[in-house]
Design a protein around this ligand. Structure first.
Ligand code: NAD
Length: 481
C-alpha cells in the first residue's frame, strides 16, 4: 500500500492546496495512508481542464461508437486490476474482501452497459409540413461534476462517470474524504484507454471546501450528487444559482411489506442482503420491515437467526463469499448508529438481537434487529445507515401502505406476497422510485433508479440516466421551394 495518494488533474498527479488527510482502516482503527486534499484553486484547474477538452471537441466530436469502446475498456481495466483495487477498497471502507469484488464487478458492469448505450442516443425528425426539415440532436452538457459518497466509492463513481463519458462529457469527480483511494484506478484506466488529458479528473477534498467549490463553479455545466439530504440541498442551491441541472441521489428509509402469504424462506435471504450487505450502509437498504400480525413472530425468529448467523470481523480476513459482515466506515458512523439504537429502546423498541458496539478495535456494530418499532419513532423515520433492521406490524393492506409511505423519503420499496393482484396494487401505491416484488434489489444496471420525495430527483442507471447527461437541440430548416 502506497503511503501517499495524489489527486489527478489534467492528466497529472498533483498535491492538494489544502494539504493531506489521514485515511483510516475502519477494520482496525489504524491509519493506512494519506490523501492529497484539493482546495478551490485545484478544483478550478480541474474544471478548466475539463472545459478545454469539451471545447476542443476531443470527446464530443467522436463517433459515439468510438467513445463507447473507450468506456467499455475502462470496465475491463477495472476487472484486470480487481485484486489490487479490492484490497484497497476493503482497507479504506471496511467491507469484506468478497463484497469489495462484487462492488468492482458492479462498477465494471456500468462501463459495459453505458459503453453499449453510447451509440443509441439518437434524435428524431419532426414533420413541419412542406418546405421544412426539422431534427433534434442530444449534445453533452460539457463539464459534468460528480460528487461521490463513501459507501460505494468505486461503484458510485462508475455509475456517473460511465454515463457521463458515453454521452461525451468531460468529468470532474470529487471523491469522498473517508474512502478516496480506490478512485485512483479510474485515472489509471482513463490513461490506459486513451482518453484525452482532462477528460477525467479525480480529486479528493473536504465537502465544504472542494465540494462546495465544485458545485458552485461557473464552468460546471451539470452536477450529479449521491449522498445525504442536507448536502443535496446545498448542492441543488449552488446549481440553481448557476442555472445548471443536477441529479440528486439521496438517502432512503425503505420498507419491505411482508404479507401473510409471503414465502418466508426466500425472505430470509433478502434480509441478509437487504440490511446486512455493506453493514447496512446502502441507500436502498431494507431498513424497515412491515409485517402482517399473523406472521410477525415467525418472521422475527427468522431475521434474528439471519443476524446471529453472521460472523463479523475485519474485511481483509474475509476473502470468501459467505455469512460475514465487515466494519462500518468509521467509528463516528458506528457511534451514530449505536446512539440511534439506544434512543429507539428509550422510546419503547426492543432489541431482538445485537444492538451494541463490539468490544474489538475498529468500527464494528452487531447485526441488529429491533422489534416493537412504531411509525412515530425516530428510528422508523430517519436513516440509520448501519446494520439495523426495524420491524413493525400491520393488520390491513391499507395500513401497510400508509406506514411504508409515512416517511419523507421514497427511494425504493418492496412487497412480499404470492398474490399478484396484491403485489401490483402495492406497487402502484408505494411512493418510491423503484419497487421490488418478492426479491429485494431485483433489477440491475439496466433498470432506472432514483428517488421520490426527499430521496432526490433525476435517475441514474438504465437508459433514463442518459437523458440527464445531454441537452436537446432542435434544428428547424426552411427549405427552398
Ligand atoms: P454526504 O452528503 O455527507 O457526502 C457526500 C459527498 O458530498 C462527499 O463527497 C462530501 O465530501 C460531499 N459534500 C459534503 N458537503 C458538501 C457541500 N457543502 N458541497 C458539496 N459537496 C459536499 O454523504 P455521505 O455521508 O458520504 O453518504 C451517505 C449518504 O449518501 C446517505 O444518506 C445515503 O443514503 C446516501 N447515498 C445515496 C445513494 C443513492 O444512490 N441514492 C447511494 C449511496 C449513498
Amino acid at each position: 500500500m502506497k503511503d501517499y495518494w495524489q489527486n489527478y488533474i489534467n492528466g497529472a498527479w498533483v498535491d492538494g492546496g489544502a494539504g493531506r488527510i489521514d485515511i483510516i482502516n475502519p477494520g482496525t482503527g489504524e491509519k493506512i495512508a494519506e490523501q492529497a486534499l484539493a482546495d478551490a484553486a485545484d478544483v478550478d484547474r480541474a474544471v478548466m481542464a475539463a472545459r478545454a477538452v469539451h471545447l476542443s471537441g476531443a470527446l464530443s466530436d467522436l463517433r459515439p461508437v468510438e467513445r463507447g469502446r473507450m468506456v467499455q475498456a475502462i470496465g475491463r481495466y477495472l476487472l484486470d486490476h480487481i485484486d489490487e483495487i479490492a484490497e484497497v477498497l476493503t482497507l479504506e471502507q471496511g467491507k469484506p474482501l468478497w463484497e469489495a469484488k462484487i462492488e468492482i464487478n458492479g462498477a465494471a458492469r456500468y462501463f459495459e452497459y453505458y459503453g453499449n448505450q453510447a451509440e443509441t442516443v439518437e434524435g428524431r425528425s419532426i414533420p413541419l409540413g412542406k418546405g421544412y426539415f426539422d431534427f433534434t440532436t442530444h449534445e453533452p452538457f460539457g463539464v459534468s461534476a460528480q460528487i461521490i459518497p463513501w459507501n460505494y466509492p468505486v461503484e458510485m463513481t462508475a455509475r456517473s462517470l460511465s454515463a457521463g463519458l458515453a454521452t461525451g462529457n468531460a468529468c470532474v469527480i470529487k471523491t469522498p474524504e473517508l474512502t478516496p483511494l480506490t478512485n485512483a484506478w479510474f485515472a489509471h484506466a482513463a490513461e490506459a484507454v486513451g482518453l484525452p488529458k482532462g477528460a477525467v479528473n479525480i480529486l479528493c477534498g473536504l465537502g465544504h471546501e472542494a465540494g462546495a467549490a465544485l458545485s458552485s463553479h461557473p464552468h460546471v455545466n451539470q452536477i450529479v450528487f449521491t449522498g445525504s439530504v442536507p448536502t443535496g440541498i446545498a448542492i441543488a442551491s449552488a446549481a440553481a444559482k448557476n442555472v445548471v441541472p443536477c441529479v440528486l441521489e439521496l438517502g432512503g428509509k425503505s420498507a419491505a411489506i411482508v404479507h401473510d402469504d409471503a414465502d418466508l424462506d426466500a425472505f430470509e435471504n433478502d434480509v441478509r442482503w437487504g440490511i446486512y450487505f455493506n453493514a447496512g450502509q446502502v441507500c436502498s437498504a431494507m431498513s424497515r420491515v412491515i409485517v402482517h400480525d399473523s406472521v410477525h413472530d415467525a418472521l422475527v425468529e427468522r431475521v434474528t437467526g439471519v443476524a446471529q448467523s453472521l460472523t463479523v470481523k475485519p474485511g481483509i480476513e474475509q476473502p470468501e463469499f459467505g455469512a460475514t459482515m465487515g466494519a462500518m466506515v468509521s467509528e463516528a458512523q458506528r457511534d451514530r448508529a449505536a446512539g440511534m439504537i439506544s434512543d429507539a429502546v428509550s422510546a419503547g423498541a426492543k432489541v431482538a438481537t445485537g444492538g451494541r458496539k463490539m468490544n474489538i478495535p475498529g468500527a464494528f456494530l452487531e447485526p441488529t434487529v429491533l422489534t416493537d418499532v412504531t411509525p412515530d419513532m425516530t428510528i422508523a423515520n430517519e436513516e440509520v445507515f448501519g446494520p439495523v433492521l426495524s420491524v413493525m406490524k400491520f393488520s390491513s393492506d391499507a395500513q401497510a401502505i400508509e406506514i411504508a409511505n409515512g416517511t419523507p423519503y421514497g427511494l425504493v420499496g418492496g412487497v412480499f406476497t404470492r398474490d399478484i393482484d396484491r403485489a401490483t396494487t402495492a406497487a402502484r401505491q408505494l411512493r418510491a422510485g423503484q419497487v421490488f416484488v418478492n426479491e429485494w434489489f431485483a433489477g440491475g444496471v439496466e433498470t432506472p433508479f432514483g428517488g421520490y420525495g426527499k430521496s432526490g430527483y433525476g435517475r441514474e442507471k438504465g437508459r433514463e440516466a442518459l437523458w440527464n447527461y445531454v441537452q436537446t437541440k432542435n434544428v428547424a430548416i426552411k427549405l427552398k421551394g
